[in-house]
Design a protein around this ligand. Structure first.
Ligand SMILES: Nc1ncnc2c1ncn2[C@@H]1O[C@H](COP(=O)(O)OP(=O)(O)OP(=O)(O)O)[C@@H](O)[C@H]1O
Ligand SMILES: [Mg+2]
Length: 143
C-alpha cells in the first residue's frame, strides 16, 4: 500500500490533480474520497469524469446519491456517488454500486459514511482544506 501526499494550491491545481489521478485509474477501480463539506471532492470527481471524455454537465450527486456517466464519447461508464445523505448502511445495497463494478470506475464521496463497505477501495483519498483555497490530498493506493 502506497501513501502519497499532494499539495494543491488552488482549484485549477485540483483539476490538474484529477486528470493526473484519472491517468492511474482503470475500469473496476473503486475510489473512496473523504474530507469535510466543501473540501473539493466534487471538483476532483468532475475533473476525473471530464478526463474520460464526458462533455455534458457534471453535478453533485448529493440528493440522488448516485449519478451514472455513460456517454457515447466514453470508453467505459463512470459511477459517481455521494453517501453524505445515506441514512443507513442497509440502503447501500439498493444503490447498486456493486453491480457491474468491474466494468466501470466508481467514485465515492463521503465513503466513510458506509462503514467498511469501501474498506478495500483501490484508491482512498482524503482532501484536507487549509489556508485560502489550498488543499492537501492524501492518496492511498491499494492495487
Ligand atoms: N483547491 C481547491 N480545490 C477544490 N475546490 C476548491 C479549491 N479552492 C476553492 N475551492 C472551492 O471549494 C468548493 C469545493 O466544493 P465541492 O462541491 O467540490 O466540495 P465537496 O468536498 O464535494 O463538498 P460536499 O461534501 O458538500 O460534497 C468549490 O466551491 C470550489 O470552487
Ligand atoms: Mg461533493
Amino acid at each position: 500500500m502506497k501513501e502519497k501526499r499532494f499539495t494543491i494550491i488552488d482549484e485549477a491545481a485540483m483539476h490538474d490533480f484529477g486528470a493526473q489521478l484519472a491517468g492511474a485509474l482503470k475500469p473496476g477501480d473503486w475510489v473512496a474520497i473523504n474530507g469535510p463539506l466543501g473540501a473539493g471532492k466534487t471538483v476532483l470527481c468532475k475533473a476525473v469524469i471530464r478526463h474520460f471524455g464526458y462533455t455534458g454537465e457534471v453535478s453533485s450527486p448529493s440528493y440522488a446519491l448516485v449519478h451514472h456517466y455513460d456517454g457515447a464519447e466514453m470508453d467505459f461508464p463512470i459511477v459517481h456517488a455521494d453517501l453524505y445523505r445515506l441514512s443507513n448502511i442497509e440502503d447501500l445495497e439498493e444503490l447498486g454500486l456493486d453491480d457491474g463494478r468491474d466494468d466501470c470506475i466508481t467514485l465515492v464521496e463521503w465513503a466513510e459514511k458506509s462503514g467498511d463497505y469501501f474498506g478495500d477501495a483501490d484508491f482512498e483519498l482524503t482532501v484536507i482544506p487549509y489556508g485560502e483555497g489550498q488543499r492537501t490530498v492524501i492518496l492511498l493506493q491499494r492495487n
